[in-house]
Design a protein around this ligand. Structure first.
Ligand code: GTP
Ligand code: MG
Length: 154
């Protein structure tokens, strides 16, 4: 199975949505292998969103992620197809387009305050997990007792 990087953004933390978001991934059948609260440095936020450097909202995005009014809750989740499934669970970037059952579709109205991040590809996930959880031992291998019941395909 694969891993993805999921982060509750500072607005999601301020609004008390961390538990609900963690529950959605747990209940779907995914395994939490890393979690921490962190106020990212400017350098970390800029590297994380490096693809968006040229966009007009980039400065505001980095400011909002790093200003320390609340931390980011950074996580790594593991399981079958979790990169694509995580994106589906999160919903479209602009809450106006996210389906009502998705996380953004349930909790957000503004693209600039869309409460959660999820890696958009396996390559992004690999890069982001290394960036946020690069120290040895920060990502923990473990086996849930019910894993085989969640994961079996036949
Ligand atoms: P992430 O999971 O956070 O990476 O969102 P995404 O993959 O759905 O969208 P994208 O990577 O294109 O943009 C990253 C983040 O930048 C979004 O989640 C928004 O918080 C912010 N963003 C994107 N487009 C806009 C925009 O048009 N205006 C503003 N203010 N913010 C935007
Ligand atoms: Mg993105």
């Amino acid at each position: 199975s694969e891993r993805t990087f999921i982060a509750v953004k500072p607005d999601g933390v301020q609004r008390g949505l961390v538990g609900k978001i963690v529950s959605r991934f747990e209940e779907r059948g995914y395994k939490l292998v890393a979690i921490k609260a962190v106020v990212p440095s400017r350098a970390l936020a800029e590297e994380h969103y490096a693809d968006l450097r040229a966009r007009p909202f980039f400065r505001g995005l980095v400011e909002y992620m790093t200003n320390g009014k609340a931390p980011v809750v950074a996580m790594v989740w593991e399981g079958k197809d979790v990169v694509r499934q995580g994106r589906a669970m999160i919903g479209a970037t602009n809450p106006l387009e996210s389906s009502p059952g998705s996380i953004r579709g349930q909790y957000c109205v503004s693209v600039g305050r869309n409460i959660i991040h999820g890696s958009d590809s396996f390559e992004s996930a690999t890069k982001e997990i290394q960036l946020w959880f690069g120290k040895p031992g920060e990502v923990i291998d473990w086996e849930p007792a019910n894993w085989v019941w969640t994961m079996a395909e036949n």
